[in-house]
Write a protein that binds this ligand. Structure first.
Ligand code: NAP
Length: 324
């Protein structure tokens, strides 16, 4: 006889365990809603779930930590705080969802058969990931000179030579911001023309601290324990060179982790979930928070803030239905 599969039903299920998901867990746990967090799985660049902060070292801009805090330590504290109030965790990824009726159905194992988890309310906090170059040295040196966030890490590169990779608005925004700290900022772009908006280009071209290396790609991040340079190839001439630098900011775009919600939730043209009235999605009872619906601010603190909003929205939604 095959085993009968009994899906677990939870009042509140949270997908994702970065600052947004875990803040939503803290708030819903303290509201006695017994949140169940499907926290994701270790990735190729991190041995634990927990989102993008698992890939950073020192975080100095999260309020409350005068001396700064390591990204992974901060996420451990968030998680422990949620667990303290009764949040439960499942270290798996959602592989398929069905939001067509309540309870919402979530598959975390195989996509065959019955779902594993049923949710009366769902909070989506699956975040986004920076697109990486995928060149030798990059993964090893993340948090040791390779960064994807100038706001987070620029401060560590005072009076040093910095490289920014990319030619879009993010790259130029990062480059402009980094000139506050760095001795110089070199933007390496794979074409001769920038993709960035004209105003960002004008600003970058007018900045004496920014220079450009055109038609070139980074083929390797160099350094032993910390970044010391990049290897470059000019894709027009084939010429190879190296450039000394202490910091490599990869700014070639972000991708929201939303593929599993395709056809279920409304998204913008870049795949970010659309929210209205706070954190509501187009599906009644499904809320979204953090980088999965925010391509503008992308900070731990804004993410945590929207996680709090989603928890309060979810709680009020359940209360209005007489289910809280
Ligand atoms: P983006 O516009 O997609 O630009 C990505 C850049 O990275 C492009 O220049 C691209 O080169 C380059 N690139 C992509 N893959 C690469 C690779 N493997 N190796 C080397 N270079 C690579 O991404 P974004 O700059 O993150 O911007 C995303 C969206 O947010 C845009 O709509 C942007 O306008 C918006 N944004 C706005 C602001 C602002 O207004 N303040 C700030 C940031 C972002 P190609 O040009 O050759 O394709």
């Amino acid at each position: 006889m095959p085993e009968t599969h009994q899906p677990e039903t939870h009042q509140v299920v949270i997908l994702g365990s970065g600052p947004a998901g875990l803040t939503a867990a803290i708030y819903t746990a303290r509201a006695n809603l017994a949140p169940f967090v499907i926290e994701g799985e270790p990735s190729s660049t991190s041995d634990q779930p927990g989102g993008q902060l698992m890939l950073t070292t020192e975080v100095e801009n999260y309020p409350g930590f005068v001396e700064g805090v390591l990204g992974p330590d901060l996420m451990t504290q968030f998680r422990d705080q949620a667990a303290r109030f009764g949040a439960q965790f499942l270290t798996r990824k959602a592989k398929r969802v069905d939001f067509s009726s309540r309870p919402f159905r979530i598959w975390t194992e195989s996509t065959e058969g019955e779902p594993d988890i049923l949710a009366q309310v769902l909070i989506v906090a699956t975040g986004a990931r920076a697109v990486m170059l995928n060149v030798p040295g990059e993964a090893e040196l993340i948090g040791h000179g390779v960064s994807t966030c100038a706001t987070c890490d620029g401060f560590f590169f005072r009076n040093q030579k910095i490289v920014v990779v990319g030619g879009g608005d993010s790259a130029l925004e990062e480059a402009s911001f980094l000139t506050r700290f760095g001795e110089s900022v070199t933007v390496v772009h794979r074409r001769k023309e920038l993709r960035a908006s004209k105003i960002m280009q004008d600003r970058a071209f007018a900045n004496d601290k920014i220079d450009f290396i055109w038609d070139s790609v980074v083929t390797e991040v160099l350094g032993d324990g910390k970044v010391s340079g990049v290897a470059l190839t000019n894709i027009v001439t084939g010429e190879q060179s190296t450039l000394d630098t202490s910091g490599v900011f990869v700014a070639i775009g972000h991708v929201p982790n939303t593929s599993v919600f395709a056809g279920e939730l409304d998204m913008d043209e870049n795949g970010y979930i659309k929210t209205t009235d706070g954190t509501r999605t187009n599906v009644d009872g499904v809320f979204a928070c953090g980088d999965v619906q925010d391509h503008i601010y992308r900070q731990a603190i804004t993410s945590a803030g929207s996680g709090c909003m989603a928890a309060i929205d979810a709680e009020r939604w359940l209360e209005a239905k007489g289910e809280a």
